[in-house]
Design a protein around this ligand. Structure first.
Ligand code: ATP
Ligand code: MG
Length: 647
């Protein structure tokens, strides 16, 4: 939609890890000679105890569905993220922890990380955790979360992290689905000055989890908690008593590394299973290439470790590269709305990675809270999670980045394990809202509804991938059939992403949202993301979500939920203005039929708008809202139902 481009500066390109010519040569090789290409990358980014026999071995067929990378090779993730760095960077800070309160900061060097991880690995062993066992983590954003993840990988246990904002029910169902016997939690979590009683949530969950025999509790807030003798253990007491000597287990490249449940914006969460070798190669490589990471950078990804972004881009990618990674416990608006930028200045953050939902909400508060900070350390910005509307992109670029930091708009999924499509900061002239081009080794295709590849540009269709990539999902935990059905049954021979995309005249990709969200108005296919971006151009609009509903004349009508900057209810004149704006931006076919003023939108805990609920409200199917357990604030839904527009 936005035709503006933001050229890469000659200065940035000259110092970049990858420039345009290198990109083109490397990309071509990654597609034409994937085995040769990935062999090299695997040797460059990861240290192996034993080399592989075959680089890749795979089939997307129903009978034989399997994906293997670096077969029979041996490695250990915690060894790669810690031990191998000790010779050169033992005293370098590995993790900068920034607590909820600006007074709480902690810096952990690689040497200290090695000691803490080894000790905690021994604690897990002492509680009976063995290679292949699943361990559930229900933790705030504290260093112990990263330590526990790495400790699991050290002994070959498989972690399953459940976001600390989830309810006891959500926790119990995830513990049981993956049969975890050990749970690691904290007494409280602190977010925005508020305390969330994690341990008592876990207590409620564990009433429904008969197989859990150990609950290890980190002391964070210090409030009194209930205690179950024999089952509950204080983290600090157990670690104090443990030895700091723990040999890393030699894991097979295809041994499971972790299970992570998807955010549930389209249905019941799936236990996405990732394995060891391929995942680590892609995590490390993307972290270095996409963020132009270099020695000396301070890197900050604001995600929670409860999401895949936190796994790959707070912990595994950065630590595999020996980086200094920032881990933030709090929220962007506490103690005030400048917090992100204050943290950037405090720690001299040079690479900053966040989500469109955060950018949009901070943009709503204006420029002053940003402009009063320096941000001079920043050099690369990133976004992930949803399509970013050009309006928010430009604000991020001009105001946050002072017009000098390239933005990498990274498209990927829990299932992909790492970045799949993204500009590279030293390569692309950026187009706001476009994920631009595939990463190395990724061959995206656009399919029509019959599964035929649509050649040429411009084009639009279902976004699929025609071959495996190293960090790809290997199965849905305990349900290989669902794995096939969800990703490979729709279009035979392809991994189907569930997203739609278009390819512009220049061959650049734009994610148009989930295909379930594509509207069909009088036979024209319209992406919800495009209409939402057009609404976002109006200065009074903070956020918008668009869904379709059955319409007698046009097949589908367009129903827009609009949140205004002031959070208030707008006038009828404003509705008319918005309808005109969208019409002018996209064309007469994009005629909005109904607008509902929505002070809040239903979002997942990771901040994504749950359009399936909005669809149900628009079509008045209130009694079949489906799984709402992953909603951040369920009360938003009642308000929307009460004020729905009659379709
Ligand atoms: P579920 O699969 O349970 O419905 P989810 O898809 O929201 O949950 P994630 O794996 O966290 O869970 O999100 C991946 C999805 O997020 C992508 O399929 C895409 O729709 C969206 N997405 C992520 N990054 C981008 C981006 N840069 N641009 C556009 N969309 C994005
Ligand atoms: Mg998904």
């Amino acid at each position: 939609m936005s035709e503006k481009t933001f050229p890469v500066s000659a200065e940035f390109a000259a110092q970049a890890n990858i420039n345009k010519a290198q990109f083109e040569e490397m990309y071509a090789r990654s597609i034409d000679d994937p085995e040769g290409f990935w062999d090299e990358q695997a040797n460059k980014y990861v240290s192996w105890f034993k080399p592989w026999k075959k680089t890749m071995d795979w089939s997307f067929d129903q009978e034989d569905l399997h994906i293997n990378w670096f077969t029979e090779a041996k490695l250990n993730v915690s060894y790669n993220c810690i031990d191998r760095h000790l010779e050169k960077r033992a005293d370098q800070v590995a993790i900068i922890w920034e607590g909820d309160s600006p007074e709480d900061t902690r810096k952990i060097t690689y040497r200290e990380l090695h000691e803490e991880v080894s000790k905690f690995a021994n604690v897990l062993k002492a509680r009976g955790v063995e290679k292949g066992d699943r361990v559930s983590l229900y933790l705030p954003m504290i260093p112990e979360a990263a330590i526990a993840m790495l400790a699991c990988t050290r002994i070959g246990a498989i972690h399953s992290i459940v976001f600390g904002g989830f309810s006891p029910e959500a926790l119990a169902s995830r513990i049981n689905d993956s049969d975890c016997r050990v749970v690691i939690t904290a007494d409280q979590s602190m977010r925005g000055g508020r305390r969330v009683p994690l341990k008592s949530n876990a207590d409620i969950a564990l009433e429904h989890c008969p197989n859990v025999h150990s609950c290890i509790v980190v002391k964070r807030g210090g409030d009194p908690i209930e205690w179950t003798e024999d089952r509950d253990v204080w983290y600090h007491e157990a670690v104090d008593a443990a030895s700091a000597d723990c040999e890393p287990e030699q894991m097979d490249s295809e041994d499971p590394l972790f299970i992570l449940y998807t955010s549930g914006s389209t249905g019941t969460p799936k236990g996405v299973q990732h394995t060891t070798g391929g995942y680590l190669v892609q995590a490390a490589m993307t972290h270095e290439a996409v963020f132009d990471y270099k020695e000396g950078d301070v890197y900050w990804c604001t995600a929670d470790v409860g999401w895949v972004t936190g796994h790959t881009y707070i912990v595994y990618g950065p630590l595999a590269n020996g980086a200094t990674t920032v881990m933030f416990e709090g929220i962007p608006t506490y103690p005030d709305i400048s917090r992100f930028w204050e943290v950037v200045d405090k720690h001299n953050v040079s690479i900053f990675y966040t989500a469109p939902t955060a950018i949009r909400s901070l943009m709503g508060a204006g420029n002053e809270p940003v402009e009063k900070t320096s941000r001079k350390s920043l050099r690369v910005l990133g976004t992930v999670g949803e399509p970013i509307n050009p309006e928010a992109w430009e604000w991020y670029y001009n105001i946050v980045g002072n017009g000098k930091c390239p933005i990498v708009d990274t498209w990927w999924q829990t299932e992909t394990g790492g970045h799949m499509m993204t500009p590279l900061p030293g390569v692309n002239d950026l187009k706001p809202g476009s994920a631009m081009q595939p990463f190395f080794g990724v061959n995206p295709v656009l399919l029509d509804d019959e599964g035929n590849e649509i050649e040429g540009s411009p084009a639009a269709g279902n976004l699929a991938i025609d071959r495996p990539w190293p960090a790809m999902i290997r199965t849905v935990f305990g349900d290989h059939k669902r794995f096939y059905e969800t990703y490979f049954s729709m279009f035979k021979g392809y991994y189907f992403t569930g997203d739609g995309a278009r390819r512009d005249e220049d061959g650049h990709y734009w994610i148009t949202g989930r295909v379930d969200d594509v509207l069909n108005v009088s036979g024209h296919r319209l992406g919800t993301a495009e209409i939402e971006a057009a609404l976002g151009l109006h200065e009074k609009v903070a956020e918008a979500a668009v869904v379709g509903y059955p319409h007698d004349l046009t097949g589908q009508g367009i129903y827009a939920y609009v949140t205004l900057m002031d959070g208030e209810v707008g006038t009828d004149e404003l509705k008319t203005e918005l309808v005109k704006l969208v019409r002018a931006e996209i064309g007469p076919i994009a005629k909005i039929n109904l607008i509902q003023w929505s002070p809040g939108l239903p979002k997942t805990r990771s901040g994504k708008i749950m359009r399936r609920i909005l669809r149900k409200i628009a079509t008045n199917e209130i009694d079949s809202l489906g799984d709402t357990s992953t909603l951040a604030d369920p009360s938003v839904v009642d308000d929307l139902i009460e004020h729905r527009e009659n379709s």
